[in-house]
Design a protein around this ligand. Sequence first.
Ligand code: G4P
Length: 537
Amino acid sequence: MTAGNTVQAGGPEVIAEASRRRTFAVISHPDAGKSTLTEALALHAQVISQAGAVHGKAGRRGVTSDWMEMERARGISITSAALQFAYGDTVINLLDTPGHADFSEDTYRVLSAVDSAVMLLDAAKGLEPQTLKLFDVCRYRGIPVITFINKWDRPGREALQLCDELTDRIGLQPMPLTWPVGTAGHLRGVLDVPRGEFVRYLPTAHGTTIAPDERLGAREAEADLGADWTQAQEESELLRAAEGEFDASRFSAATATPVLFGAAVRNFGVRHLLDLLVELAPRPAPRADADGRIRALDAPFSAFVFKVQTGMDRAHRDQVAFARVCSGVFERGMVVTNATTGKPFATKYVQQVFGQQRSTVDTAYPGDVIGLVNATALRVGDTLYSGKPAVRFPGLPSFAPAHFAVARPTDLGRAKQFRKGVEQLGAEGVVQVLRSDLRGDAAPVFAAVGPMQFEVAAHRMDAEFGSPIRLEHLSYQVARRLADPSQRALVDKGRNSEILTRLDGADLALFADELALRLMVRANPGLALEPLVAEGG
Ligand code: G4P
């Protein structure tokens, strides 16, 4: 339909398509069951016939690239992409987030592209450190959160205790929509709180097929389940009395969280989650641009790049830029404008990428994620748009790095590969790349939020760019942005501080520790130092 520079007008179709979309991510601590839940969600949507085909343990076995081998060895997921599937009339976009705290900057970028999040907890563990960090990012961005308490098929903590933890530790009002009947490990089913009905737990063989939904009315449930049913009713009533009625507006305002109980590996509770996403999760809304102007959903096409990734798979050694559509219709083949450079960008190769699965995208609407292949010109934070006027969405902030290391090529004959690799890793945001005239181009400084980013960077420099590196760690721990370039010499003169320039042009002042920073500020009260976005907001 649309090709070349033709501008696709929006209209009611775009609004209708946008309102069918639910774009979310699952946040959890490693091992809480994120991959299992992802498979179970896709299974319910009938994308795959047997769990494990998309992203789980079975899927990981087929992985080929070195980089993914590293992920597999560590049991973490570094790659992020989006899975799209239909559930009834709804189009679900599930964005994958990295599973390790060291990649919270990456997670932050992914969370900038979602409209809601599912916080997945292990029933035996409750809120774990990584969950808390990711939740902080959601809170910082005001993202509504649904809580799914997983692994209820085996012994765990009490439901009331887990709900109290949400109130006490993160100040989020729990609003259970299901409540477990029977104790953890002896799950009999759940109470559907709004309907007052019992939904029986019918585990399927290894959870590879969808469990049928057997429901009983309250009276039948009481006759069938006796004390377990009465206890579930009493507990959920107790919580309602303490926390108040279910209130969807408090969920949208991100001050309350609907809570569901289930067992992803048994596919139990997964349908409730999908239904809840359809009914309650926010749909794509018009976004504000960098000047605060609202870009209507049916304005011409616009999107922003939230992730750039290279070498996701040895068979496709290319660079994919993931962009979330914010307005209008995207049609493959469109020529759009990159707001950062003002240059045209042809969208010939566009894919959906999830794990090892790739499929070509022809059309996309607000809320969808497109993977632009061979997009070497695109950087994280870039806005793409068609038509006039130009639009530019706010850039994605870089987190305050806390680890710094000088990168040196171990093979000096490969200077070109070294430069190319460093530039690429910086553009992708694998690490922040800092330079100074003093250190020179052959000794850039890598800055990271978490040290595992260094491992990924070093591995990729060797395996992908053919330039092995040595990392010399620097003893800085604190970074601030220096807003006034004329003050550079003040910081550079210090014994425990240094000025380095980031690829985006920002001057970063590095200090050995907080004390060194305080002493510097005391000695130079007019120093224009600004905090960077801290990890987790
Ligand atoms: P992650 O992506 O969050 O890291 O977790 P993943 O899905 O890989 O799940 C971690 C482990 O928890 C897996 O066991 C998985 O089977 C198990 N699990 C997930 N959901 C449930 C659940 O509802 N109930 C129970 N009992 N276990 C669950 P594993 O032993 O590491 O792997 P596997 O050999 O079982 O595949």
